[in-house]
Design a protein around this ligand. Sequence first.
Ligand code: PLP
Length: 428
Amino acid sequence: MSDLNNNDMKKSRFAEGLNSDRALADAKLAAVVDLDEKYYMNTFGKRTMVCFERGEGMYLWDTSGRRYTDFFGGIAVNVLGHAHPVLRDAICSQAGKLIHCSSIYYIENQAKLAEIIVKHSCADKVFFSNSGAEANEGAIKLARMYFSKKGMHDKYRIITAVNSFHGRTLTTLAATGQNKFHKNCGPMPQGFSYVPLNDIQALESAICDETCAVMLEPIQGESGVRPADLDYVAAVRKLCDDKDILMILDEVQTGMGRTGKLFGYQHTGVEPDIFTLAKGLGGGVPIGALCAKEHVALAFEPGDHGSTFGGNPLACAAGLAVMNTIISDDLAENASTMGAYLKDSLKRLPASGEGMGAMIKEVRGTGLMVGIEMENPKAAEVRQYLFEKGFLVGSVGSSIIRLLPPLIVRKPDIDALVGVMRNTPAFN
Ligand SMILES: Cc1ncc(COP(=O)(O)O)c(C=O)c1O
């Protein structure tokens, strides 16, 4: 057989091998999709056609072995990236000792995680939940109890912002200032009013004798990365002080270094009475936190609140590993510098001709919480195009692309993403 034929045969066997690998991977994905469609409630609509098998740092690999760079971080959760050795070792070691007992016993990790949050924030006391919605439920309940226990039983109303998002339980949905979430699951819990963000006059007019708290996100995440102005937050603080109202900040998305400071309120020069955390706190292990000033926290007395899983040894081991790593590796600072570099790179994309630059109306956000508002309603197409090129991003509505990468992101990954955006078609 000639060398030429020999080479051709090798190539064709290689291609056959590739084809059969691909067929196997496709079959594996199809089997998962089948199971999902048969047995899982469809609350997500049409999901992206991929199933991830493993991750490391900024990268995820799917069932076919294809690598993706993660600029979405499980919606702001994987702050340390994937399979971070410190987090992995903390979870594995804790799982080998004690996963769960009950909060009727003392839990070392729970006490230590509360301590580190208090030492690095304006809070004096912490309570752990399993999610952001639960942490916010706790915040709402604490604010109401604070006044009720002073005899002010009618001071229960909470003002939140239009387009806010506070969670999926009925009360946090009622707190969420978006009508679409209130449909078909009523009667909704009472006592919430909504005002446009960054309009202090509107807030002042909405306050009444029954108002017990104002609850805001430092940057609205789920509605498309919409920041509260720093002077607005300061004015809200003053108004709350003047009117004897509590200020609650929902830092479920903005906390844990995301915005370039450990907590979003640290940009504002003022401190909330209560703030909540979740998402990045466990780096992927479910845990939320309700954090409050001492005089407010005292409103919770024994029996007033609780949680079976909240603050268990495993979740708190994860929280400790994440908090310690964010602090020791200065990841909030990295979020600040990489966030500025990312925004700057996006703004430098050519504003005319081919590529995404011509579609961009505004780039906004702080640190590594970045929203790209586009001129055209093609966010889903852009997200899919980037996915096909190996980059994971989020989209909100029809025209906003959302970037929430792990806080470990470095320039080469940002350059790679922006390089692909340079050639992203306009989808007109
Ligand atoms: C600001 C904010 N609050 C609360 C929540 C709800 O958190 P969870 O999904 O952990 O209940 C979210 C989730 O996206 C959020 O972004």
